[in-house]
Write a protein that binds this ligand. Sequence first.
Ligand code: AMP
Ligand code: ZN
Length: 111
Amino acid sequence: EDKYFDKDCIFCKIIKGEIPSQFIKENEYCVVFKDLNPKAKVHLLVVPKPHVKNILETDEFIMNKVLETIKEVAKEQGLESFRIMNNCGAGAGQTVFHVHFHVLSGDNLEE
Ligand code: AMP
Ligand code: ZN
């Protein structure tokens, strides 16, 4: 089971409960929690459970689960307008190398 995790990865530690965190949502494949440094009124991170470093290393199965989880959490949280963002690679601003999708909602997302 542990081959799915990286012992030095902060998101793996959150997923395994080694770092206390409040999940907005959890299912078999993903967890959703609030970004520590919110860039919008609502700033959630949707994180697949297996340790995969970036979007280039995902597959259709996990991306389908991510999409389902985003749709469910949007419905549950009453988000009518929102933005999905992914940073792939340090040059694009990726700082946590466990793939995750930002869901941003609130005011001033028009531009
Ligand atoms: P990225 O720059 O796309 O890799 O995004 C990483 C995000 O993870 C940043 O927006 C951070 O604020 C957020 N983050 C880092 N550590 C934590 C943590 N322990 N709990 C919640 N969010 C975190
Ligand atoms: Zn990880």
